[in-house]
Ligand binder design. Structure first.
Ligand SMILES: NC(=O)c1ccc[n+]([C@@H]2O[C@H](COP(=O)([O-])OP(=O)(O)OC[C@H]3O[C@@H](n4cnc5c(N)ncnc54)[C@H](O)[C@@H]3O)[C@@H](O)[C@H]2O)c1
Ligand SMILES: [Zn+2]
Ligand SMILES: [Zn+2]
Length: 350
């Protein structure tokens, strides 16, 4: 089969590799219909994730059809169209039993790390993929959910919802600010509406992304390149700051922005993957009674979000801006890697 193979920092190739085989009774093999590229794949290609070995097939998002099942699989059958969660979880260890799938203790890859696709084991940017713990990590797709909608459930929608909205404890009437209007930030914007906030303020440097944020449910936008960006946000509140500040970029500056925006008693939910340490002005923050949360997506809400997507209750059809055939995946990487130039959000590869 053909697959997108990591060849070391800065190097990748679309090449012939052996087909995956069932290794455990809980595995299934899936023939991929669609996959996509995540900012994390770009991090890997930069060499930021040294655990990824040369020769690894990349990708942790995807939709496909089951072609083979392990001897222990009873809830999935050959021919089922499934969405693959970016986190693989056994569903049985002590962490999985409390919904902490991102820290599944079952030793595929490394015990305690649920994100293994395209990281510790071969991933989804391929014609076929072996799916471990398939009954807990693959979800049957209802008819009527398109690839462009379903693909968002592998990673970005659960990430924005679980780590941004749920951890940020958004509640009715809240003023929510989302710093970073990329795919993940916009997922937080879309899913925050489920809790009835009074305002959702999208903050970004890119006017094109801010323009798009409105159609995902942002009530207001602020360009953080403006010298008075903070005053603009405060003017949209009662003057004390936002109830929930969600960080969806992953750099020190934007985390600090979130700490500057939150009101006393409010919540800061960090989604961004940070590559360096960030200063925390605890001397100013301690007296504000704030809560800071952070984490790796669990995908434990995938099934719930899938129901909403199937009912078209979330405006998600606008995430995919570009589509490519599998054998044009190198072009897809070029477009996604230069998203600003191409006005790209999510690329669908099928
Ligand atoms: N916690 C998790 O489980 C998890 C899962 C998936 C992704 N992530 C992380 O979420 C983050 C966002 O992912 P993405 O795919 O949306 O990334 P992205 O790069 O597409 O989007 C980031 C956005 O931030 C904006 N930005 C950059 N600097 C800014 C600034 N100073 N002020 C305001 N906006 C600024 C950019 O213009 C861009 O629109 C990344 O760090 C990613 O690694 C975390
Ligand atoms: Zn991802
Ligand atoms: Zn587990």
């Amino acid at each position: 089969m053909k697959a997108l193979v990591y060849k070391g920092p800065g190097e990748k190739s679309w090449e012939e590799v052996p087909n995956p085989q069932i290794q455990q009774p809980t595995d299934v093999i899936v023939k991929m219909d669609a996959t996509t590229i995540c900012g994390t794949d770009l991090h890997i290609l930069k060499g930021d994730v040294p655990a990824v070995q040369v020769g690894r097939v990349l990708g942790h998002e995807g939709i496909g059809v089951v072609t083979e099942i392990g001897s222990g699989v009873t809830q999935l059958a050959v021919g089922d169209r499934v969405i693959l969660a970016c986190v693989s979880s056994c569903g049985r260890c002590t962490n999985c039993r409390i919904g902490l799938y991102s820290h599944c203790l079952n030793p595929e890859g490394i015990a305690g790390i649920g994100w293994i696709f395209g990281h510790m084991i071969d991933g989804t940017q391929a014609e076929y993929v072996r799916v471990p713990f398939a009954e807990n990590s693959a979800y049957k797709l209802p008819d009527g959910v398109t690839d462009a909608e379903g693909i968002l459930l592998s990673d970005i929608l659960p990430t924005g919802f679980e780590i941004g909205v749920q951890y940020g404890r958004v509640k009715p009437g809240d003023v929510v600010a989302v710093v970073g209007a990329g795919p993940v930030g916009l997922s937080a914007v879309v899913t925050s509406r489920l809790y009835g906030p009074s305002k959702v303020i999208a903050i970004d440097l890119d006017p094109a992304r801010l323009a798009r944020a409105k159609s995902f449910g942002a009530t207001d936008t602020v360009n953080s390149g403006d010298s008075d960006w903070k005053e603009q946000v405060f003017a949209l509140t009662d003057g004390s700051g936002v109830d929930v500040a969600i960080e969806a970029v992953g750099i020190p500056r934007t985390f600090t922005m979130a700490t500057e925006l939150v009101r006393p008693g409010g919540n800061i939910a960090n989604i961004g993957v940070h590559g360096e340490s960030v200063d925390l002005a605890l001397n100013e923050l301690w007296i504000k009674n704030i809560t800071i949360s952070t984490g790796l997506v669990n995908t434990n809400t995938l099934g719930m979000l899938l129901k909403l997507v199937a009912e078209h209750s979330l405006p998600v059809e606008q995430f995919v801006t570009h589509e490519f055939a599998f054998d044009k995946i190198m072009e897809a990487y070029d477009v996604f890697g230069n998203a600003g130039k191409h006005d790209a959000l999510k690329v669908l590869i099928h």
